[in-house]
Design a protein around this ligand. Sequence first.
Ligand code: NAP
Length: 434
Amino acid sequence: MKSFEHIRIPEEGEKIQQRGSQLIVPHQPIIPFVEGDGTGRDIWRAAQRVFDAAVAQAYQGKRKVAWMEVYAGEKAYTQWGTWLPEETVEAFAEFLVGIKGPLTTPIGGGFRSLNVALRKALDLYVCLRPVRYFPGVPSTVKHPEYVDMVVFRENTEDIYTGIEFEQGTQDNQRFGQLLKEHFPDEYAKIRFPETSGYGVKPVSKEGTTRLVRAAIQYALENKRRNVTLVHKGNIMKYTEGAFRNWGYELAEAEFGKQVYTWAQWQRTLEREGEEKANAEQEAALKAGRLLIKDVIADIVFQQTITRAMEFDVLATTNLNGDYLSDAIAALVGGIGIAPGGNINYESGHAIFEATHGTAPKYADKDKVNPGSVILSGEMMFRYMGWHEAADLIVNGMEKAIATRNVTYDFHRLMENAVLLKCSEFGEAIVRNMS
Ligand code: NAP
């Protein structure tokens, strides 16, 4: 097994491996974790206790996680002067599946974001964000129970690629000049060319198809009703619009009779009229096919609030997905309990993570909600096929919230609730597992 300078590999435990499209998980897998900065320390402590209790209860000692701490963020910087040590990336690469708390984004450092750097290094092209309602969670909508959505956000393309040219720099001038010389018509469209910053938005066919494929596979395996392609293709035709078109093409080419697409509906409409198209769709859905539809990115923010029941799995580009997953999470408790995973389904690499930041004002106060990282662990166990442990975590969390034992973020919005510390909420989950 590989050795590291600072990372201590647990003596007992084995590597998770990927064979073909199959994840091979030993009974005692070594799982790298980054505790995280700020409140990361509080939530990780509470979460690890919950994870170990769930695994112990589910498998009665036959399975156990061999946790391996790896370093990033402030903890790495203060000890070794680097925000993201090379060996941390190597450890996530070597051991395949890991989990992390939130990390400070270094200001003025060489990194735009440590999270983005990790996703890039391992080509974790899916950002998976399931959003569901836990009964009792304070919500601003009338029917939060209708919210049960899973967002597949593309994680490696779009304007997140970081190709930007700052106004006033030489590179900016060269980029402007390139446009002027080679694309004079486009250059003429820029309102204030001398004082513009520029950003480039690449969206590829490969990037789109692997994301949409993963979303459709997930929907089929989990018996979901529909996949919605979310895009702003009415304006950005060759990036967002192409995402929609490639998504439909992929669905029909690779999933044939398992799906029915709105592109098919449109073709039948043009050939044979609306009645025939509607009848065709109805018959396909009755036969149990998965509906693949699309929606423009602006209206999806309204419809996921006003018609939540119509949405199931959503597949979208990077920036849309960033906004959308937080907005949907806000319907059912917000970022304190919204989990996430970054996955490459071909290589098996996956890093699950709390979706909120480090909330530094609450650091080391044992106060914040550990739900986000706990549910990220629940996703990780499901990804590993440890469904029994995952079910216990959900079960414990459901009961803790239903009995109104909650942290400050929920407590301030609930009546007659019991205020718990971060660690106490973890304990409440453990007590309620059954
Ligand atoms: P933040 O840390 O997410 O905190 C914003 C607010 O969200 C907090 O003040 C708190 O709201 C609420 N909150 C966050 N975590 C919570 C939890 N576990 N339980 C309950 N409420 C929670 O965002 P930020 O202050 O903008 O960012 C701080 C640092 O985190 C920055 O360096 C940023 O770059 C980084 N960041 C990291 C990640 C990541 O690692 N994935 C993600 C986002 C940001 P109230 O004040 O209302 O109580």
